[in-house]
Design a protein around this ligand. Structure first.
Ligand SMILES: Nc1ncnc2c1ncn2[C@@H]1O[C@H](COP(=O)(O)OP(=O)(O)O)[C@@H](O)[C@H]1O
Ligand SMILES: [Mg+2]
Length: 587
């Protein structure tokens, strides 16, 4: 697990090393300060300086020869080393904070970017709670885990250094201490063995909590409209209570490490003092030994805590690892750049199936969308119209067959260059939480205000936008003003028109059935129709009749194709859809 955390943090390798080194330096200074307590204790009891004490004896001799050591000088040395330890410790804390924030930031970016690169179907089938939870909560916990690891490495080194001091002071007592520490580790391990499972459960509970909140906020109107507030209150409380329960248990169990080690340390000191009394050893040396052992105890305790904490964070690590391991959408290294459409788009024997779907959504479809022409795609709900659009947008990949762009298979074209030159408007036009100007400008990030206004004018949006409180600067979307569905679609249409796309796809963009929106669509279809391929899925006969050709889909197959006039005569699905009946089936 340590290796996996370190590999996630490999981008911050230098900072990790510095933080580890400073932690070590701070511990060494403290160890030195503690060691000088031994001669100090000697001086206090009236003994002369003992230059035969291990480690610091030679240092004492060297210092005594230069400056002459009295009680005052030794006190100054003790204080000096302690202060150095504290200052370096603070520096370490500062750098740790920098490291922590950078690591969490980098991790969030990686999780987000990995998600952006995944195939759309993979993201859409992801429980929304997982993504939000990974970004907001689990990245922090993995960051915590990194610190637990760094801290543990420093503590292990400190432990070894202290142990070295102890060993030089008294090998015998050091072995006694080590044996008792080992017993302590075993006791702690068994007392806290459930934390790993609790950590996994905590991640799952957090995810489902986030998913619940997400869902409830999205469905607020349904909750209110159906008077289901009490029901939702209970569901929320249940979900929140699960999180509470798991985290409480985790804290209580993790918290056992401190008391266990403290209790056992009391026993340890008592044992060592007992042995010393029986053996009649020098109290001055033993005092130094115990001072070091006593300062070592919190480290041992922290080390055991770190191990427990790490096990409790494994669930978070797994969650982030799975988010980062996601397969990116297929990309071809030698993909051709798309530079513009000349002849048109040809659909050649395409079949498509959604993941886990029994039947294919499209069977053996062949048709073409010539440049400069408007093609209408018609058919009942569920016929496969939007699936055809999804294939063109590369939201899904075909099971069989090819899409040819001026004769080049779409699968060999660099997806980004393709997406740059096409535009689409969907039935549920999505608008960002941003101003009208930014929402339209999303179609072409370089467009100036005049171009944005022009696009809005063609899309019949200029007039109502000017009437908004702050005109084009008015905030719309979730936390802005509410627009009608037709208004939203006109803004989405303006966004698509701004880009002057080679292929314009309008999938039920005029479902709102209001006159301005219908007019906007006609503008879009007629106005620049000669300079692009337009694919329009619509229910209004007026819109369909403007098309150069109509393709009629039924249950995933093409059942009719031709000009609107030809199809009107045929008496097939088209005639039923647009001539006899109001298209009620496709609501
Ligand atoms: N994301 C999806 N996952 C699984 N099946 C889908 C998905 N989207 C559409 N379908 C199915 O594919 C078929 C065609 O749907 P669609 O292309 O949306 O029809 P249309 O746009 O003509 O109403 C339908 O049977 C529908 O249930
Ligand atoms: Mg559809």
């Amino acid at each position: 697990m340590v290796g996996r955390i370190v590999s996630l943090a490999r981008g911050e390798r230098r900072l990790v090393l510095i933080v580890g080194f400073l932690g070590l330096a701070s511990a060494v200074f403290e160890g030195m300060g503690l060691s000088f307590l031994i001669p100090l204790a000697g001086l206090a009891t009236g003994e002369p300086l003992d230059f035969t004490i291990p480690v610091i004896g030679p240092v004492l001799a060297w210092l005594d020869a230069r400056i002459g050591l009295g009680g005052g000088e030794v006190v100054a040395l003790v204080v000096g080393f302690f202060c150095l330890g504290i200052i370096v410790g603070y520096l370490n804390m500062v750098l740790s904070t920098v490291l922590s924030m950078r690591f969490a930031h980098a991790l969030r970016i990686r999780v987000f970017e990995t998600a952006l690169d995944r195939p759309l179907s993979a993201i859409e089938s992801l429980p929304s709670g997982k993504f939000v939870n990974d970004l907001t909560s689990e990245t922090w916990k993995v960051c915590d885990a990194l610190f637990v690891v760094i801290g543990a490495v420093v503590k292990i080194i400190t432990f070894v250094v202290f142990l070295g001091f102890l060993f030089l002071l008294s090998p015998f007592y050091t072995f006694v201490l080590l044996a008792m520490t080992a017993v302590m580790a075993v006791v702690v391990h068994f007392a806290t063995r459930t934390v790993r499972a609790l950590g996994l459960a905590a991640v799952a509970a957090n995810e489902s909590f986030m998913a619940y909140v997400w869902d409830a906020l999205g469905g607020l109107r349904v909750i209110r409209g159906f008077g289901r507030e009490p029901h939702e209150r209970n569901r929320f409380a249940e979900s929140s209570d699960r999180v509470r329960g798991i985290f409480t248990r985790m804290q209580i169990i993790s918290g056992m490490v401190g008391p266990i080690t403290q209790l056992m340390t009391v026993g340890m000191v008592a044992t060592i003092l007992g042995i010393a009394l029986v053996r009649g050893d020098s109290i001055a040396t033993l005092l130094g030994f115990l001072a070091i052992a006593y300062r070592m105890q919190p480290r041992v305790s922290a080390l055991l805590s770190a191990r427990t904490k790490l096990r409790s964070l494994e669930g978070s690590l797994l969650s982030i690892e799975s988010a980062l391991a996601a397969q990116p959408a297929a990309s071809q290294p030698q993909a051709k750049l798309f530079r513009g459409l000349r002849r048109g788009v040809v659909i050649d024997g395409i079949s498509a199936r959604y993941p886990n779907a029994e039947r294919p959504a499209l069977h053996d479809i062949s048709c073409s969308f010539p440049y400069g022409q408007v093609t209408a795609v018609a058919g009942y709900s569920g016929a496969g119209k939007s699936t055809l659009v999804a294939l063109l947008l590369r939201f899904i990949e075909p099971e069989r067959g090819r899409i040819l762009i001026d004769g080049v298979p779409l699968s060999e074209i660099d997806p980004e260059s393709w997406h740059q030159r096409i535009a689409f408007v969907e039935q549920n036009a999505f608008l960002f939480n941003a101003s009208v100007r930014e929402n339209i400008g999303y179609g072409d990030l370089e467009a100036d205000d005049e171009a944005i206004r022009e696009a809005a004018r063609i899309a019949q949006a200029e007039e109502f936008v000017d009437a908004l409180p702050k005109g084009f600067e008015t905030m719309i979307g979730e936390n802005g003003v509410r627009l009608s569905q037709g208004q939203r679609q006109r803004i989405a249409l303006a966004r698509s028109l701004l880009r002057k796309p080679d292929v314009l796809i309008l999938d039920e963009a005029t479902n709102a059935l209001d006159r301005p929106t219908e007019r906007a669509l006609r503008n879009a279809v007629e106005g620049a129709g000669s300079a692009r391929a337009i694919i329009v899925i619509a229910h209004r006969r007026e819109t369909i009749e403007k098309a150069d050709q109509v393709i009629v889909l039924d249950q995933g197959r093409i059942v009719e194709a031709g000009t609107p006039a030809e199809l009107g005569q045929s008496g097939g699905v088209y005639a039923r859809l647009y001539l006899d009946e109001i298209p009620m089936r496709d609501a």
